[in-house]
Design a protein around this ligand. Structure first.
Ligand code: FES
Length: 94
């Protein structure tokens, strides 16, 4: 029996620190560009407050920091549809 691929979920932090950095516009860009079938969640703090807007893609556990709304179409095309996370956008280990 075939198994379905795990559902992708995109969490966009909507807590105060990320909102100050424009997370509401990142959420709006995701709402506009995410394909049907990928879940979008406006989340509480993801623990990367100094690097917002923060986006977490599950189940891949890929973190994107300082995300600009204009970058969302690229995330959709290369990562969510293409399966290739974008290294240059990922959070750096602290
Ligand atoms: S406020 Fe967004 S990660 Fe903490």
């Amino acid at each position: 029996m075939d198994t379905l691929p795990p559902e992708q979920v995109v969490l966009v932090c909507q807590n105060r620190g990320c909102r100050r950095a424009g997370a509401d516009r990142v959420f709006a860009a995701c709402h506009k560009h995410l394909p049907v079938g990928i879940q979008l969640v406006g989340s509480t703090c993801l623990g990367q407050c100094g690097n917002g807007p923060t986006v977490l893609v599950l189940p891949d556990q890929v973190w994107y920091c300082r995300v600009h709304p204009d970058e969302i179409p690229t995330v959709v095309e290369k990562h969510l549809l293409g399966g290739h996370p974008i290294a240059a956008m990922q959070c750096k280990a602290t």
